[in-house]
Design a protein around this ligand. Sequence first.
Ligand code: AMP
Length: 406
Amino acid sequence: MSFDDFGFDPRLLAGIRAMGYTTPTPIQAKAIPPVMQGQDVMGLAQTGTGKTAVFGLPILQRLLGGPRGVVRALVVAPTRELAQQIHDHLEALGARTGLRSATFYGGVNINPQIQKLRAGVEIAVGCPGRLLDHIQRRTLDLSRVEVLVIDEADRMFDMGFLPDVRKIIRSTPAQRQTLMFSATMPADIRQLAQEVLRRPVTVQIGHAAPADTVSHALYPVPQHLKTPLLLALLRRLGAGSVLVFTRTKHRARRVGQQLVKAGFAATSLQGNLAQRRRQAALDGFRSGKFQILVATDIAARGIDVSSISHVINYDMPDTADAYTHRIGRTGRAAKTGDAFTFVTSEDADMVRVIERVLGGRLERRTLEGFDYRAPAPARNTEFARGPLPPAHRSGGRPGRRAAPRK
Ligand code: AMP
């Protein structure tokens, strides 16, 4: 199968070529035809599978005909980074079409967004809060929307956005094409799908398990040796972009600082940063200025750096879904990657859950030459014994590690 088989306009085929895509990914091959036919689609696929083009290309194709200057496609995403990325992707694919896309998320001045709407855009990509804000101010008119995309629906649910998403959906015409994407199908997402999709075609890729281009390994380690182990591991990995996950914003910042101190080109990304600094951290990581990015789950959602070679879970994620999403950052679009997870004795339950989801036992590795019996460094007590705060999630899930560490 090739991109020529979908019936895209030559202007889109030029965009596809410019992006360097030669063959459709599995989800593109399966899902683009029903989307092109105007059917509703439920796509069970994580980020990294090529799903943006699944909705992006048919949207651009449809909008080539018909009126300009009115919002005819709306994409709702859980995070600013994902919204920005989708917008960039659409702009690149549609570079020759003259169609205009704009982003709508919080943390930045609303006025330029209003001006863009006044000037006329056909595609709106945004996060629920700011989209609702525009709807309430009547600066965004969704009455002409023909295609609605709800991306990373499970993340939207995790972050407590479903009520807002429902309100946004109610502002769009009942007669529309709706496309929903989710890596997992918790009950609430199933419910939402039943409410908003009409006779949907379900397309599933990989059963929501991480891309099989990723190799996984666990590194058992005492809590107080995580940072020394990280440093030792990074020294052996050599080149390649590395994304390190911590459980809290504070730890992301601290670990980032420790890496810089040790001489690594590292930066951190966490929710406390102003949008400008988040973007600078992301851009620096994408461009290779920073080899290592230390981030929390929320800050890292939707990050698309196709060259990420390693994901290191400094702290175990609190759900198997979070593991899948973190690992989805590497091995993207059939590149191979490694996923290393530091595990302490307290993580045994979550290891079992993840192994069940992955359908096999994960390899346990020890780093040769690393002193696993070293005592806790005196100055590093916070990492050695400090109780971890409850799980840091906007959705307010109870933390499984809220209890003080031994
Ligand atoms: P997505 O899941 O849409 O975020 O896409 C993940 C990554 O795969 C992005 O870097 C895309 O640019 C890339 N990608 C998407 N489709 C293709 C394709 N057909 N061939 C190669 N790379 C692709």
